[in-house]
Structure formats: structure tokens, C-alpha cells
Design a protein. Structure first.
Length: 126
């Protein structure tokens, strides 16, 4: 029991709390506003957690809009794909420099790309 009260243990417990703080923040958000936000997100933006088919169609449409004659759509989606390319390069660079820290990056990238589809295509009419 005395070991649990040492300063080293308290420091480790504090670090554990800090490491899991995104989880706690997510849980607080879900309990307080998550239900309403999910309804808004689903109703108006057709978004949801890991919608692979819908995301694949949206990213495919975004790619073909880059090849269209619409300059606004082309510019917008080049920026979207460019940020993905830069995030992958950052992941590779971080993996070579700090492999342990880079373990979080693929999960983050996967959720970002398959939860949120590229921007609203209606903003860039053909």
C-alpha cells in the first residue's frame, strides 16, 4: 500500500489521466451533446462513423471533379487531396523519427477520412 502513495506512482497516474483525456472529453461530449450532434450530422451532412461505401463514393466523386472543367471544384479538391498527401508524408516522417508516437497517426487518418467525406459537392456545381 505504501508503494501506491509514492510520488512516482502519483506521477504515473497523472500521466495516465492525461493520456486518456481525449477519451474522457469524448465521453463528456457524448453524454452532454452527442445525441443532438449526431442527429444534426446525419440529417444535414449524411455523416456517420466509418461509412466506408459512402466515403468511397464521395472521394471517388471528388477525384473526378479534379479532372473536370470547373476551376472552383478542381481547386477545392486538390487542396483536400493535398492535405491527405501531406498527412501521409508526416506520418512516414514521424514513423522514422518516433515510431512509438506515430502509432496514433493511422487511426486518426482512417477516422478522419472515413467519417468525414470531402466537402459538400453541391458547393462546386459542374
Amino acid at each position: 500500500m505504501n508503494r501506491l502513495l509514492t510520488p512516482a506512482w502519483r506521477r504515473e497516474a497523472f500521466n495516465l489521466i492525461l493520456i486518456t483525456s481525449p477519451l474522457w472529453a469524448y465521453l463528456v461530449f457524448e453524454v452532454t451533446m452527442g445525441q443532438y450532434f449526431s442527429k444534426l450530422e446525419t440529417t444535414f451532412f449524411s455523416r456517420g462513423l466509418l461509412l466506408f461505401d459512402q466515403s468511397w463514393m464521395a472521394w471517388n466523386d471528388a477525384f473526378w471533379r479534379i479532372l473536370s472543367d470547373n476551376l472552383q471544384a478542381r481547386t477545392y479538391f486538390i487542396v483536400e487531396f493535398g492535405t491527405i498527401a501531406l498527412s501521409l508524408l508526416a506520418f512516414i516522417w514521424m514513423g522514422r523519427r518516433e515510431p512509438i508516437l506515430s502509432a496514433y497517426s493511422p487511426d486518426h487518418w482512417l477516422f478522419a477520412d472515413f467519417w468525414f467525406s470531402p466537402g459538400d459537392a453541391s458547393l462546386c456545381n459542374n
